[in-house]
Ligand binder design. Structure first.
Ligand SMILES: *[C@@H]1O[C@H](CO)[C@@H](O)[C@H](O)[C@H]1NC(C)=O
Ligand SMILES: *[C@@H]1O[C@H](CO)[C@@H](O)[C@H](O)[C@H]1NC(C)=O
Ligand SMILES: *[C@@H]1O[C@H](CO)[C@@H](O)[C@H](O)[C@H]1NC(C)=O
Ligand SMILES: *[C@@H]1O[C@H](CO)[C@@H](O)[C@H](O)[C@H]1NC(C)=O
Ligand SMILES: *[C@@H]1O[C@H](CO)[C@@H](O)[C@H](O)[C@H]1NC(C)=O
Ligand SMILES: *[C@@H]1O[C@H](CO)[C@@H](O)[C@H](O)[C@H]1NC(C)=O
Ligand SMILES: *[C@@H]1O[C@H](CO)[C@@H](O)[C@H](O)[C@H]1NC(C)=O
Ligand SMILES: *[C@@H]1O[C@H](CO)[C@@H](O)[C@H](O)[C@H]1NC(C)=O
Ligand SMILES: *[C@@H]1O[C@H](CO)[C@@H](O)[C@H](O)[C@H]1NC(C)=O
Ligand SMILES: *[C@@H]1O[C@H](CO)[C@@H](O)[C@H](O)[C@H]1NC(C)=O
Ligand SMILES: *[C@H]1O[C@H](CO)[C@@H](O)[C@H](O)[C@H]1NC(C)=O
Length: 385
């Protein structure tokens, strides 16, 4: 009935027409005279799981591991990744967003609004690699987030900032980095279903994650503390989104502070990537019209590299540009190992997952504007969670 929700929006005299109405050649229906009856009769794909990867290297293990043989072209996907891939009976599908926030938001919006896919009951598994703070985890770790925080701030080049500042980034509507934001774009913080996150984490913790190569072990041993120098684990911690691919201990500390500040101490930054909040914004907008269920999203990021090297702190840029960390392979291997446990759980126990009550959220869901709830503004850390 989700398409009914979309259609009543699109055809109720709202100035926004159905976004795909002008591309009728893609669909086995005529656009003129579209109504709910026609949509109800239209055969749609209803995947139980939609895997969301950001580029082909992350996708390959899933395409093979789940025998995703069907390619479905829909408008609005990335020019380099124009197809949704599905397994033989369309119970498991996968989309590649392309990298960065613009690609992620555009692709997920196109997918959520496409009438060929009914995603109202679908579970979304964001499966990507990320940088990890050596104080929080190690290469090969698989992390599951409750919060995605976007770095969306003013910035002054560090050479021109006041001499008593510790970072050139500070929140909108403020005059320095210690102040809580006074203006919001709305995508700065997203919160997903913690009960579902905990389920996916527990399943991943029962798997045998790969430890990687001898080279991975030697590289981790350059850090003289845990967790950086231990073997990979599945852990719960939160993720930061930024279009800028940053590195270095100063940014790591500044953005860790920012995560703390903006969520009032509720979120724990561990990984950094370039898409998740964009993906969540697109899914949240679709959830406002019942097209997807925002309580059915898992954010899984495995660690391919450290954000900085303590032993090279005097050569931050050298560490980034010249040192081969070698962690991407074990990171994508572990994405599949950990992701498979969750995906198979959903597919094999579909009655439970379809119903949704067993892993129903106890925590707040959505953005800072309270868009999915009857609130107008959300302050994290102000209640017991
Ligand atoms: C929808 O379209 C069908 C076929 O054109 C028509 O028979 C039906 O009456 C329409 N339903 C509504 C609610 O307009
Ligand atoms: C489907 O897409 C995959 C991945 O992009 C590609 O390897 C495969 O050849 C495509 N299959 C067909 C039938 O086009
Ligand atoms: C669809 O495929 C999945 C994965 O191979 C399998 O577990 C499931 O039983 C299939 N479902 C049906 C209805 O055939
Ligand atoms: C930092 O320096 C500015 C002047 O450039 C001053 O107004 C401000 O009070 C100083 N802040 C602290 C914490 O010392
Ligand atoms: C930042 O602003 C706050 C509030 O105005 C002030 O107390 C603090 O000293 C400022 N910090 C710096 C480093 O200027
Ligand atoms: C990874 O290393 C840990 C700790 O030494 C070990 O317990 C585990 O069995 C190893 N995993 C694999 C898949 O080899
Ligand atoms: C992070 O916060 C701590 C504690 O307030 C402060 O000492 C440190 O300078 C901050 N780091 C950066 C890079 O802003
Ligand atoms: C950085 O420190 C390491 C070890 O402490 C040293 O070998 C290296 O020469 C230093 N590099 C620079 C640019 O100072
Ligand atoms: C889900 O399960 C609960 C408890 O068994 C039941 O009361 C509820 O009606 C079910 N909801 C749906 C949508 O099937
Ligand atoms: C942070 O939480 C405290 C209560 O723990 C509350 O008093 C305060 O207003 C909150 N601040 C923000 C910016 O949410
Ligand atoms: C971005 O997504 C993360 C989870 O991946 C969430 O913790 C954070 O609150 C989100 N930030 C925004 C602004 O939505």
């Amino acid at each position: 009935m989700k398409f009914a929700a979309l259609l009543s929006f699109a055809f109720a005299g709202v100035s926004c027409a159905h976004p795909t109405a002008s591309t009728s050649s893609f669909y086995p229906v005529k656009t003129a005279g579209l109504n709910e009856t026609v949509y109800d009769e239209l055969e749609t794909y209803k995947p139980k799981v939609m895997i969301v990867n950001m580029f082909d290297y992350e996708a390959e293990p899933f395409l093979e591991g789940f025998d995703l043989v069907h390619n479905v072209t829909i408008p609005g996907l990335s020019p380099i990744y124009p197809e949704v891939h599905c397994n033989r009976n369309y119970s498991i599908c996968e989309v590649i967003t392309g990298e960065g926030e613009i690609n992620a938001a555009s692709t997920m919006t196109a997918l959520a609004l496409n009438p060929l896919f009914d995603l109202a009951d679908t579970y979304f598994l964001v499966a990507g690699i990320a940088g990890i703070s050596p104080r929080q985890g190690t290469i090969g770790d698989v992390t599951f987030a409750r919060f995605a925080v976007q770095i969306l701030e003013y910035e002054v080049d560090a050479r021109q900032m006041p001499s008593n500042w510790t970072t050139g980034y500070f929140s909108y509507g403020t005059t320095n980095s210690t102040q809580y934001p006074a203006q919001w774009y709305g995508t700065e913080i997203f919160e997903v279903n913690e009960a579902l996150r905990d389920r996916a984490l527990k399943l991943a913790q029962k798997t045998d994650l790969f430890n990687g190569t001898a080279g991975n072990a030697e590289f981790r041993a350059l850090y003289d503390y845990a967790p950086a120098n231990r073997t990979p684990k599945a852990i719960a911690c939160d993720t930061l989104t930024a279009d800028t691919y940053w590195f270095g201990s100063d940014f790591d500390e500044a953005f860790s502070n920012y995560t703390d500040l903006i969520t009032n101490g509720t979120a724990t930054y561990c990984t950094t990537q370039q898409e998740d909040n964009a993906t969540l914004e697109a899914l949240m907008r679709a959830a406002q019209y019942g097209l997807v269920d925002f309580s059915r999203i898992v954010i899984m990021r495995s660690a391919s590299d450290f954000t900085y090297a303590d032993y090279y702190d005097n050569e931050t840029t050298y560490f980034f540009t010249e040192v081969s960390q070698g962690g991407s392979y074990v990171a994508v291997q572990n994405l599949l190992v950990a992701g498979k446990a969750f995906i198979e759980d959903v597919v094999s126990d579909w009655d439970t997952y379809k119903n949704g009550t067993v892993y129903a959220p106890d925590n707040y869901l959505g953005d800072v504007f309270g868009s999915l709830e009857e609130t107008t503004y959300r302050e994290w850390g102000t209640d017991s969670e």
